[in-house]
Design a protein around this ligand. Structure first.
Ligand SMILES: [Zn+2]
Length: 256
């Protein structure tokens, strides 16, 4: 399984470490969240990705989605399918694709047919997208949000999405066999504990408590570091002395 966290911005032509937006691409084919999908997808990814799975509807996870569909509008031979829970789908239709912020693509077609369709999933209901199986699990964020186990039949990875402390995610991980990697958010540094608490995010200190719930031994990649606090978060994560913990490199394609 190939996984890449798409960049949010670029320094010259190199992916910047500043991660404002979240968009994972698996096997150049399926996107999980769409923060920078329109802005950073490669030509191959733009050509191939027609399935977008969403963890939640916050702007940094969907910002590139309206623009992605817009870019592809006239060339699509099949609709872009958005996989989301019912509340996330309703938020998109009410607050984004509402003709005020952006066109309601679900009502539009090109010469080949509809350009956008939704596939809603229950918060714990397994579903399949192309060659991948997704097992959703509710996590603890300010809005309805989902983490996932994602498997291609050989390799399984776990993504927390945006979250604060959680139990269901770890229970799912602990009851799963081999895991190739866990992707865990850490948005704020320890000194912004109160902001992390109010906005339902993790800090390095809070992450340490989460890792105590994990009974699996596998690489853990940290994502969703707020760019303004990146240096501080990186330093505090290093001080945790967790040998399995590294920060996911923005833009790099990993093979699991
Ligand atoms: Zn969020």
């Amino acid at each position: 399984m190939k996984l890449q966290l798409l960049p949010s911005t670029f320094d010259a032509e190199t992916a910047s470490l500043r991660q404002h937006l979240t968009c994972f691409v698996i096997d150049d084919l399926i996107a999980i969240d769409a923060g920078s999908l329109a802005m950073a997808a490669s030509p191959l990814q733009l050509q191939r990705i027609r399935d977008v799975v969403l963890t939640h509807a916050h702007l940094d996870h969907i910002a590139g989605l309206p623009l992605f569909i817009d870019d592809l509008f006239s060339s699509l031979s099949e609709p872009v399918t958005i996989y989301a829970t019912e509340p996330v789908m309703q938020t998109l239709e009410r607050d984004i694709f509402n003709w005020s912020v952006y066109p309601r693509f679900s009502e539009l077609s090109n010469a080949n047919g509809p350009v956008l369709k939704y596939s809603t999933f229950g918060e714990a209901e397994r579903f399949t997208v192309k060659h991948l199986t997704f097992q959703p699990v509710p996590v603890n964020h300010k809005v309805p949000s989902t983490g996932f186990l994602v498997s291609d039949g050989r390799t399984t990875i776990a993504l927390s999405g945006d979250t604060a402390e959680m139990d269901g995610f770890w229970n799912l991980i602990n009851s799963t066999g081999d895991l190739a990697a866990i992707f865990l958010e850490c948005a704020f540094p320890n000194e912004l504990e109160e902001l992390a608490r109010v906005s339902h995010h993790l800090t390095p200190r809070r992450m340490k408590l989460e890792l105590e719930k994990c009974e699996r031994s596998c690489p853990i990649f940290v994502v969703n570091l707020k760019p303004m606090y990146r240096d501080s978060i990186v330093k505090q994560l290093a001080e945790l002395n967790e040998p399995d913990l590294t920060i996911l490199q923005v833009g790099k394609a990993y093979d699991f």
